[in-house]
Design a protein around this ligand. Structure first.
Ligand SMILES: O=C(O)CCC(=O)C(=O)O
Length: 282
């Protein structure tokens, strides 16, 4: 049996309480972060896409097919698909978490990806990984490059595939060390809760051992503003949709330019101008 544990806090916990748990374990569960009304609207707005999106990977690479899962429904571009998603994206707890870890190393950060992770019955556990493995060019230990969250859109249980996490693995001296079963726990949490975790912690989707219960997860991650995000937002969320979104979301999607804090150059310009000024998305 696993001896590893994650801290679970209620949504009204102090910012310091969840940040210190993340500092220690690499992740924390914040229970009931989404009010029932917001959770209901989010689920309802995603229902149509979930119903029409077949499980399994669209990649022809065997590695990605295994990683994505044959019985898992994944799709991205949620900012173009759901108004309730925008409210979640702007949630002050998510912002405080990303600000804390990323603003020390950049002037602003991007949305890395938004993605459903809806695991069907019989799906085996995903391979353990670190999200910062997307950018393998940095030393270990190194700066925080990315932070992630997975929202439970229905109850996450041991049986239906609650996320696996190896608490403390964000600080292991040897980044090649593999997590042993007793070092891994599961982010069991009620619907509306979120697991916040750094890009340095080892984790994976759990096995769904139920015959037919879908585990409804939604991933939102952020990345330093001077790195390239996993998702191509300008194609996933077209300009005419971005024009209707709040300015902060336009920043997150790269529709406004990057301004360094302190030193460095501006990035994501249009003819040397801030993207917002030249082709204003407002
Ligand atoms: O679905 C989950 O619980 C986590 C999945 C994950 O980490 C991933 O797909 O990168």
């Amino acid at each position: 049996m696993s001896k590893a544990t994650l801290t679970s806090l209620e949504a009204d916990a102090d910012r310091e309480a969840y940040l210190s748990a993340i500092e220690r374990d690499g992740g924390v569960i914040v229970k009931h972060l989404l009010e029932p009304d917001l959770l209901g609207r989010l689920n309802a707005e995603l229902d149509g896409d979930i119903a029409t999106h077949p499980p399994g990977s669209r990649s022809d690479s065997e590695l990605w097919q295994v990683f994505h899962g044959q019985k898992t429904i994944r799709f991205c571009g949620l900012a173009a698909k759901s108004d309730a998603f925008i409210e979640v994206l702007l949630h002050p707890v998510l912002k405080a978490f990303a600000d804390h870890y990323l603003l020390a190393n950049c002037g602003s950060y991007w949305l890395n990806t938004s993605q459903t992770m809806i695991i069907g019955g019989g799906e085996p556990a995903q391979m353990l990984h670190r999200d910062e493995g997307n950018w393998p060019h940095f030393p270990w230990p190194g700066p925080e490059l990315t932070v992630s969250s997975i929202f439970a859109l229905n109850d996450f249980t041991e049986e239906n595939g609650a996320t696996l996490v190896a608490p403390g693995s964000h600080r292991w001296p040897d980044p090649q060390r593999e997590a042993q079963p007793e070092e891994v726990t599961q982010a069991v949490m009620p619907a509306g809760s979120v697991l916040l975790y750094t890009g340095k912690v080892i984790h994976a989707a759990g096995a769904n051992r139920t015959p037919d219960t879908w585990r409804r997860g939604m991933h939102i991650s952020f990345v330093l503003g001077w790195l390239r995000p996993e998702e191509h937002h300008a194609l996933a969320v077209p300009l005419e949709v971005a024009r209707q979104l709040p300015e902060q979301v336009q920043h997150l999607l790269g529709y406004r330019s990057y301004h360094p804090s302190g030193y460095g150059g501006r990035l994501g310009l249009v003819d040397f101008e801030d993207a917002a000024l030249v082709d204003t998305p407002s």
